[in-house]
Every structure is written in C-alpha cells, then in structure tokens.
Design a protein around this ligand. Structure first.
Ligand SMILES: *[C@@H]1O[C@H](CO)[C@@H](O)[C@H](O)[C@H]1NC(C)=O
Ligand SMILES: *[C@@H]1O[C@H](CO)[C@@H](O)[C@H](O)[C@H]1NC(C)=O
Ligand SMILES: *[C@@H]1O[C@H](CO)[C@@H](O)[C@H](O)[C@H]1NC(C)=O
Ligand SMILES: *[C@@H]1O[C@H](CO)[C@@H](O)[C@H](O)[C@H]1NC(C)=O
Ligand SMILES: *[C@@H]1O[C@H](CO)[C@@H](O)[C@H](O)[C@H]1NC(C)=O
Ligand SMILES: *[C@@H]1O[C@H](CO)[C@@H](O)[C@H](O)[C@H]1NC(C)=O
Length: 498
C-alpha cells in the first residue's frame, strides 16, 4: 500500500513539471523515418521546450507551416498541413535559436497494433520469417515503431519505447516485431501503394480491462480484482501504452486479444465494444479531431488452443468478439472487421499451442477485411459464409448461407450441434447439445441430420456451429466459401427457425 501511495506522489510531481527551461524537442515518438497520417487528415505533432516569451516555428520542407507559442507548461502542438501520401519530407522546429529536425518522414496510414501475446508474437517465430522480412525491406514505404511494456496508475505523456521508427530489416529488432502487425502491412502494401506506419503496443497475458480507460470500464459490469500492481490491473496499460500516443493522428487499429478473458467471457461483449468506442473517442479528441471518431478497427477472432473438445471459454469469447452477431461489421460494431482463426490449430507450436504459428494466414485474412471495410474496396469478398435462413422439416434442418448468393465448400460433416427439448422455446444451456452431422448439401446450403433429437417430446430448440475451443483440424472445419477459402465463423441460433 505504501509503495502504491509513493508511486502516486511521484506521478503527480512529474505532471506539474514545466518544460520551458529545456531546449525545444519533439515528443519521443516523432522521429526520423516515421509515417505521419496522410490527407485528408492533418497530422498532429507536439513537443516541449518552448522558452517563455519565445515563439516556436515549425518548418516542413523549407516552408514555415506554423509559428506558435508554447503553453504555460512549455508544450507546443500543431496540425501540419494535410499532405498526400508519399515523401520523404523534413520537418523541423526552432525556438530560441535551437533547431531540431526530423528527416525521411513519410505520409501514409498509421495503424496501431495491440493486444496480448498473439499480437506480440514476433517475426522470428514464424516459418517464412526471412522471406517476409526481405519482402518488407523491398517496400521502402513500410515503417515500424515499438512501444515498451509500461503499466502505470496515471496516463503518461510519452511512452516507454523499445525502438523508434525504422524501416523493417534495418536491424535485429525486426526479429522481435509483431508478426501479425508487420505481415498485415505487407499484405496491404501489395494492393495499396502508399506508406504504412505500424505501431506495436502490446503485452502478453493481459486482459481487456488493462487496455480500457476508466471511462470504458465504467460502461460495463466488472469483476472485482485485488492484485498487486501488475499489467493485469484495470487501465494500467491504457495509461502507459495507449494514452501517450492518443495525440498522434492515426488511420486505424488492429487487435489480437481475448485469451486472458476466457475465464469470464460473459463480460467481454460489453467490454470489447466499450473499449473500441472509447479508443475512437479519445484518439479523435487528442488529435484535435483529426483521427476519425469512427476509425476502422480490426481484430483476430480467437484461434484454437488445446486439442480438446471443451465447449466454453474460447467459443464464448469468439461470439462476444462479434457483439453476439457472429459476423462483423454489424449494427453494434460498425467499421469493424475480423480475421476468423478457429481453423488454424498448431498443437505442436514450440511456443505452446496457445500461440499458433500461422500468422501469415491470420494477417492475410485481416488485410482482406481491412480492404473491404477500412478501405471500402468494392467487390472484395472478405467474409466467410454466414447463415441467413434456417428451415426445419421433420428430422432435418436446412441452413442457407449468404441468401444463396455465393457457393460454399464442405470439408467435413462434423461441427454442427443441436439442443433439444420439450418445447421450441426452451432455453439451451451450456450443456445438453448433441452432434447434428451434415447429411447433405447444396451449392449454398447444408442439411443437418437431427435424428439425435428423437422422440415426440423432443424438438430442436437451438443450433450452433464450431462451438469448441479447437473445433477442427488445420483448415478443415465444415463450411468455407468456395471462391474465397474463408472459413464460416462460429454461430449459435435459437428457435424459432422458420
Ligand atoms: C535562450 O537562448 C539563450 C542563448 O542560448 C540562453 O541564454 C537562454 O537561457 C535561453 N532561454 C531559455 C528560456 O531557454
Ligand atoms: C531534407 O533534408 C535533406 C538533408 O538536409 C535534403 O537533402 C533534402 O533535399 C530535404 N528534403 C526536402 C523535401 O526538403
Ligand atoms: C511459407 O510460404 C510458402 C510459400 O509462400 C507457403 O506455401 C507456406 O504455406 C508458408 N508457410 C507458412 C507456415 O505460412
Ligand atoms: C487492389 O484491389 C482492388 C480491388 O480488388 C483492385 O481493383 C486494384 O486493382 C488492386 N490494386 C493493386 C495495385 O493491386
Ligand atoms: C472537435 O469537434 C467538436 C464537435 O464534434 C468541436 O466541438 C470541437 O471544437 C472540435 N475541436 C477542434 C480542436 O477542432
Ligand atoms: C487430437 O486429439 C485426438 C484425440 O486424442 C487425436 O486423435 C488427434 O490426432 C489429435 N489431433 C492432433 C492434430 O494432434
């Protein structure tokens, strides 16, 4: 307790520190080789050290873009002119005779990559690691920046940093950069010829509560926790690893997290939605409205874990991640996209089966979602098949996908389950589900064998799909898009069906 109180005092002391006496500088995450957000947004930059009574002059490519005064605390901030994708540009600030400069600055899209260990899972842990780094190096317009772990009780102004902006492959640190984050950018850059700035801010083993501000937490019921100061505590990673970068204008965020919340999945739907909404509001405000308050948000729906038939925890989180719709975007999660990953088990992963090595598949599926949702590309088929109609006749249920508009492929007959009861309106419980194998299929529909639900007093009250921690072998779940090879996501549907 004494330790925590001391900590509070220390932070308060720092927050009233004035920068007026120090030489002018940029905040620590504005650095050479960085990517700033391109037009139509304006990049927001800030720094410290404006001398009292002296102005701060900001110059871009030899042209003065702003002359301003630092505030009473010695902090200056400015919106740069909206600048089209490309570069390199030079940006400098001068005050009281001191000039500091950033060179090789590109304008493009800045993406935040956050979550727990599967986002942190590094490039050198995947099989095609060196080929991918070589590909990334050939794209001079990809830049990476990694924040360090930092769990604190109050929002910080500047983050702890592992390395500031650099091109991938420039030094050994790329080995330890997030694989999902970098490969997502490589995938996007294959279609969008513009710079991408990728910001890694994540910490293995951490729950969603740690990444949520007090305002986001207040929007949902919480589970009380009494633990020592650690990265699992509410808001501590928001304070140390999100709050300091809120002023930077960004394009969007990707997220791979949820394993650490699998023990209390019923809270997650509210918490996840609240965190997304709160991040959007806070990035918007701190960037002087330049980051969209509806910025695109992508996530990885949880991958498999152990080779078991456990039907709770991960399966519940997957459903909660979609706000219980089964797909995104949806009316609750707008401008949100996902990569379905429940068909990518890797029980022999050297880093444990909780860490499947198939980050290339995941990043490719995520980038496809980004193209469809974040970049609004038309005619991109970025979602796996989803049921649109259920019909129940006798011992058979037929499920039609995507209103019959796109063909499906069936790779196994297992994966569907039904719950049975005396009335259609019975509530299906966590247990009591029985297998309903696929007995036939058409180009856009499957037919299930409901005969397990036998007897006059037993009728089908619910149906669900892929509702297991690890529902199938590698890329061998039951339903895929024929043209896309994208897996149908898990769902649960209660009666009535017709
Ligand atoms: C401004 O620069 C002059 C000359 O280097 C220095 O003596 C003075 O202390 C500086 N003023 C402030 C407020 O930093
Ligand atoms: C940026 O600065 C470098 C080195 O001073 C210079 O060679 C280059 O022309 C500058 N670029 C622009 C766009 O002004
Ligand atoms: C590595 O790349 C090759 C060729 O692109 C691909 O066939 C293979 O699936 C990749 N391996 C993994 C583990 O993703
Ligand atoms: C990117 O994808 C879109 C949609 O499929 C396509 O029209 C466009 O030609 C692609 N651009 C590049 C550079 O591949
Ligand atoms: C941001 O937008 C809000 C309204 O949405 C407005 O009240 C506020 O003045 C704007 N702030 C800036 C810095 O433009
Ligand atoms: C998963 O466990 C089952 C039952 O023990 C076993 O038959 C199967 O081979 C295992 N699958 C893999 C991929 O290890």
């Amino acid at each position: 307790m004494g330790g925590i109180r001391f900590y509070f005092c220390l932070i308060l002391h720092i927050s009233v520190f004035h920068y007026n006496d120090a030489a002018v500088r940029f905040a620590n995450y504005y650095a050479n080789h960085m990517v700033l957000q391109k037009a139509p947004a304006q990049a927001h930059i800030w720094g410290t050290g404006g001398a009292v009574g002296q102005s701060v002059t900001v110059v871009m490519d030899g042209k003065t873009v702003a002359t301003l005064a630092a505030n009473d605390a010695g902090v200056w901030e400015v919106l740069l002119p909206a600048t089209v994708a490309g570069g390199p540009h030079n940006i400098s600030v001068t005050s009281n005779g001191t000039t500091v400069s950033l060179r090789d600055v590109l304008f493009g899209d800045v993406w935040i990559c956050s979550g727990q260990s599967n986002m942190e899972y590094s490039m050198n842990g995947i099989q095609n690691y060196s080929a991918l780094v070589t590909t990334a190096m050939q794209r001079n317009n990809l830049r990476i920046f990694r924040l360090d772990h930092n769990a604190v009780n109050r929002p910080t102004k500047e983050p702890a940093i592992v390395f500031t902006w650099q091109a991938p492959g420039q030094d050994w640190q790329t080995d330890y950069f997030s694989a999902v984050c970098l490969i997502f950018a490589i995938e996007l850059s294959q279609n969008l010829t513009q710079p991408f700035g990728m910001v890694e801010t994540n910490w293995g083993g951490t729950p969603v509560e740690a990444w949520s501000s007090p305002e986001a937490l207040a929007a949902c019921p919480q589970q009380k926790k009494k633990r020592a100061m650690d990265p699992n505590l509410p808001s501590v990673l928001y304070n140390g690893m999100i709050a300091p970068i809120l002023p930077m204008t960004i394009f969007g965020a990707i997220w791979y997290q949820g394993e650490s919340n699998a023990g209390r999945p019923h809270l997650y739907a509210c918490q996840f939605k609240a965190m997304i909404s709160d991040w959007r509001t806070k990035f918007h405000q701190a960037s002087k409205n330049q980051t969209s308050n509806m910025f695109p948000f992508g996530f990885v729906q949880l991958a498999p874990f152990r080779n078991t038939t456990i039907k709770a925890g991960f399966s519940d989180i997957r459903w909660a991640q979609t706000a219980e719709y089964g797909y995104v975007p949806n009316p609750t999660l707008t401008n949100v996209f996902m990569a379905v990953a429940m068909d990518l088990p890797d029980y022999d992963s050297p880093q444990g089966s909780i860490h499947p090595r198939y980050k290339e598949d995941i990043a490719a599926r995520l980038a496809l979602g980004a193209r469809g949702v974040a970049y609004g590309q038309k005619n991109i088929d970025y979602q796996g098949p989803f049921p649109t109609r259920f019909s129940l006749t006798g011992q058979r249920m037929t499920i039609e996908y995507d209103n019959g508009n796109s063909d499906i492929a069936i790779r196994t007959t297992n994966g569907f389950e039904i719950c049975c009861g005396p009335t259609e309106s019975q509530v299906c419980q966590a247990t009591g589900w029985i297998a309903a194998p696929i007995s036939g299929h058409g180009p856009t529909s499957v037919t299930l064998d409901n005969s397990g639900c036998h007897g006059n007093s037993h009728i089908v009250a619910g149906v669900r799909y892929a509702w297991e921690e690890s529902p199938c072998d590698f890329k061998k779940c039951a339903v895929y898009g024929l043209g896309t090879n994208l897996p149908a996501p898990p769902f649960v549907k209660n009666a009535p069906f017709n």
